[in-house]
Design a protein around this ligand. Structure first.
Ligand code: RAM
Length: 860
């Protein structure tokens, strides 16, 4: 067999550079002929001059253990793999992957946080961020040079006048007191003999910028802005020179007048310090830095990609508003910022205000609440023109109103965590395709270092419930495992000693509804259901191991709260949040009993922990949580299901929970619940009657109980509230409320009116799994169930997913009563085709075409 495996993947890194895992796990994909099976593999690991190979008899190819001594700090290794088939064939060597460890030991750090030493009023908005710099000499032949960097606040680095890296909003947002991320940069090519300069821009970001709603707070993590940077230069003669932030650095204010995530950035180009990060610059007026404290044990390497600009969008229209303003329409609600090119007089000012929507033809910022979302640039007056983009802010917008000189162009630059795209869907209905596209855009806009509720208003926090319902969709669309495994560490880090999981992570204070933290169903269940969802999609048992204690602590807490009757029926709950029938000012007051919701989730989480325990071989957990899950399900039915099968809350969400979480005692009871759910959907005219809890479950609850037609009726409804209503209104993202834009074209007056909230887009997972028919049947898609369920007048659908084993795909087409299904499986996987509820014969790797007269069993 000549075909080599793919280049090895290291953990979940896109680029395994500066990693924190000393024993990284290795995976690869194989494109072999269909009959080929892996029987063994050989890993070659080159470290310095040592080459070792490890021959292992195993059919596994995902997340395999590091077979030798752990990597040391800064150590590089080159890894290749070749595989052996069950037929004795042997592949070529794969292309190599270079891996490099970051600083793995706190003792590796000599850098200290440094920033401006001038007095500042921490409560004032008027605090110019510092630039910090250090000149140093280089002499000798350089082999390699690295910078390890982080900050209190946000940073961008420069060396000798050149930008270091292409990451943005670094170091991102983690639970700063416990875990502050650092990034590693290869700066070998930026250094030269003689004088060199390293410098850093600083910005307020999440660390000390305004954060939180109802006015929010400043300085939540500290009042300082400080850079932590450690440049290590390795010379050919064996010397290492370290230039680390310390008392020898200098600071000065720069051209950023003020900056913040919510409010935007003000920049005065007249205050630029030309050449400040280049050799030969005279730092007159710069003053010694203040050195701050940071326990190096809290510095952690990234497990996922940084935030980057991933796309540039030019305006589709320049509008003149009724009041005479100039508004750029980018045609897409996106997250990022503008880059402008402008020519004008020195001192002229450009002001950019952004919004997701227009009302009465004018930019409409009210839904942003207290987020000013305004950038400004004062021109230096360069005759050749000047270009500017803010550094330390991001906005959620489609429209930008621009004041300033006429000679001005702008593009929008889209920013988010630079996750690899892994999932695609298409079908014969353009509205449905646009709905799916809107889900993708809402995911992009809300995966900005942490998974957020919304990206535009004075909020943008890591609401646990939103991610909990969206995680399966997210894991299909992009490779989120690295990013979310970091965020789940933060969930565990923020969990209270009694097991309470916060409403949002990282935690910031808010009004009494959210502070102090209280345990709440659906939100807290992120600790259990999300690790499990990621495991199903990736097969990563390490992630389960890392989260097991957190998951168990959550269920134990709920168990104590519920007590002997196993009903969680006390305390504050959000219930089926944003049920359309809830009054606009009380989104928790939906139709479904909150404690029914809480108890259903209690059962689901107990079951998830039992399953985690089984994978991890923790027998006591399998027993304890398995029995608990049974007992809670029984208590749920006794309390909430009436003898005839109706539920105490006769609502779509109640039946969806009972079916979706498999709480009912018999197939008959499920069928009864499904039939009642279908009746309710029809009685509601196929309009959505579910909130955050019910909406992600309702289509599955219908399709899994034989009510597929009703599921399609619901999916394809266009009147408000429905999934397609926003699409018919021109939505380009998923909205927080079904009627964020009211049918009369005005913006919903509610204070929570986001136009970019992924939670209700969780239906995309059903499009992938049921409409197209692609589901993992074993962790990591090692086994795939192809079970398309055509309906709703669709004549075609397709889903493709780049699984850990490689591309998995299905497409189907309905022509003249004949269904043609094409399935694709990569080496190392198997599948089953299920066209009518009865899995047909197993499928192996390769592409298979199946034809069947509709309604008849499949003939593979
Ligand atoms: C809103 C958020 C989020 C939701 C919470 C309960 O403020 O936007 O979507 O999880 O409330």
């Amino acid at each position: 067999m000549a075909f080599p495996p793919s280049r090895p993947v290291v953990e979940h890194h896109r680029e395994p550079f500066g990693i924190g895992e000393a024993r990284p796990r290795i995976s690869w994909t194989i494109s072999a002929p269909p009959w080929w099976r892996q029987a063994g593999y050989e890993l070659e690991i080159v470290r310095g001059s040592e080459i070792r190979t490890h021959v292992v008899r195993s059919a596994e190819q995902i997340l395999l253990p590091w077979p030798e001594e752990p990597l040391a700090s800064r150590e590089r290794a080159t890894i290749r793999v070749r595989v052996e088939g069950a037929d004795g064939s042997r592949s070529e060597w794969s292309p190599p992957t270079e891996v490099e460890a970051g600083l793995l030991d706190p003792a590796d750090w000599s850098a200290r946080p440094v920033g401006g030493a001038w007095p500042e009023d921490p409560d004032s908005d008027d605090r110019r961020p510092a630039l910090v710099r250090r000149a140093f000499d280089v002499s000798g032949e350089i082999v390699s040079a690295r910078v390890y960097a982080s900050a209190h606040g946000l940073y961008e680095l420069e060396i000798n006048g050149a930008r270091v890296g292409d990451d943005a909003l670094s170091p991102g947002w983690t639970v700063y007191p416990k875990r502050l991320r650092y990034y590693t940069y290869d700066v070998t090519a930026l250094l030269r003999g003689g004088e060199n300069v390293i410098g850093g821009w600083l910005g307020d970001g999440w660390y000390r910028g305004r954060l939180g709603w109802r006015g929010g707070f400043r300085n939540l993590f500290g009042p300082d802005l400080s850079l932590i940077a450690q440049l290590e230069i390795h010379y050919a003669d064996g010397r290492t020179q370290t230039v680390a932030t310390d008392a020898d650095w200098l600071a000065a204010t720069g051209p950023i007048v003020r900056t913040g995530n919510y409010d935007g950035e003000d920049y005065d180009a007249r205050d630029e310090r030309a050449g400040w990060s280049s050799a030969g610059y005279d730092p007159v007026g710069w003053t010694p830095v203040a050195v701050r404290q940071r326990d190096p044990a809290t510095l952690v390497a990234p497990t996922g990609p940084p935030v980057r600009c991933t796309e540039e969008i030019t305006p589709v229209a320049v509008l003149a508003t009724p009041s005479g303003k100039r508004v750029l329409d980018f045609g897409q609600n996106l997250v990022g910022r503008l880059r402008i090119r402008v020519r004008g007089e020195r001192g002229a000012k450009v002001v950019i205000r952004t919004a997701e929507v227009l009302q009465d033809g004018e930019l409409y910022q009210r839904p942003l609440r207290d987020a000013r979302s305004t950038d400004s640039y004062v021109l230096a007056g360069r005759p050749e023109g000047e270009e500017w983009e803010p550094r330390f802010t991001f906005h959620g917008f489609r429209y930008a109103e621009i004041e300033g000189p006429d000679d001005l162009d702008a593009i929008a630059r889209v920013y988010h965590s630079d996750l690899e795209r892994t999932g695609w869907f298409s079908c014969s209905d353009p509205l449905l395709e646009r709905l799916h596209e809107n889900v993708v855009w809402s995911m992009r806009g809300n995966f900005v270092d942490i998974p957020t509720d919304c990206p535009q208003r004075d909020e943008r926090v890591g609401w646990t419930g939103d991610l909990q319902v969206f995680a399966p969709t997210a894991a299909f669309l992009h490779d989120v495992t690295g990013m979310l495994s970091s965020w789940l560490r933060d969930v565990a880090a923020e969990q209270l000693p009694d097991g309470t999981v916060p409403w949002y992570v990282p935690v910031i204070p808010a009004h009494e509804m959210w502070t102090p933290i209280r345990p709440g169903a659906a939100w807290g269940d992120v600790a259990t259901l999300t690790p499990w969802a990621l495991y199903e999609r990736t097969g990563d048992t390490g992630l389960l191991e890392a989260q097991y204690e957190s998951a168990r602590a959550w269920v134990d807490l709920v168990d104590r709260l519920a007590g002997d009757d196993h009903l969680w029926n006390t305390g504050f709950q959000l219930g089926d949040w944003l049920d359309p029938s809830a009054p606009p000012d009380d989104p928790a007051a939906g139709m479904t009993d909150k404690y029914l919701v809480a108890t259903a989730y209690f059962a689901a989480s107990s079951r998830a922990v039992a399953r985690m325990a089984a994978v991890l071989g923790r027998e006591e957990g399998v027993d304890r949580y398995g029995k608990l899950a049974d007992a809670v399900a029984e208590a749920f039915c006794a309390a909430y299901v009436l003898p005839g099968g109706r539920m105490v809350s006769d609502s779509q969400t109640a039946y969806s929970l009972a079916i979706g979480f498999d709480l009912l005692p018999s197939a008959q009871a499920r069928a009864t619940a499904g039939a009642r759910l279908a009746e309710l959907v029809a009685a509601a005219g196929n309009r959505i009657a579910t909130g955050f809890v019910g909406t992600p479950l309702v289509t599955d609850a219908l399709s899994s109980t034989g009510e597929l037609t009703t599921a399609y009726d619901l999916l394809l409804e266009r009147e408000c509230p429905s999934w397609l209503y926003p699409v018919t209104q021109g939505a380009t993202t998923i909205w927080e409320r079904w009627d964020s834009l009211l049918p009369d074209g005005r913006v919903n007056p509610g204070s929570m009116t986001s136009f970019n909230h992924y939670a209700l887009g969780a239906v995309a997972d059903w499009l992938h799994r049921v409409v197209a028919g692609l589901t993992p049947a074993a962790p990591g898609y090692r086994e795939v169930r192809f079970a398309p369920r055509p309906g709703g007048g669709l004549t075609r659908a397709e889903a493709r997913h780049r699984s850990p084993y490689g591309m998995v795909g299905i497409s189907w087409e309905l022509v003249d009563g004949e269904l043609t299904v094409v399935t694709e499986l990569p080496t190392g996987t198997t599948g089953v085709l299920d066209l009518d509820g009865e899995p047909s014969q197993p499928l192996g790797p390769g592409t298979h075409r199946h034809r069947v007269a509709v309604g008849l069993p499949a003939v593979p």
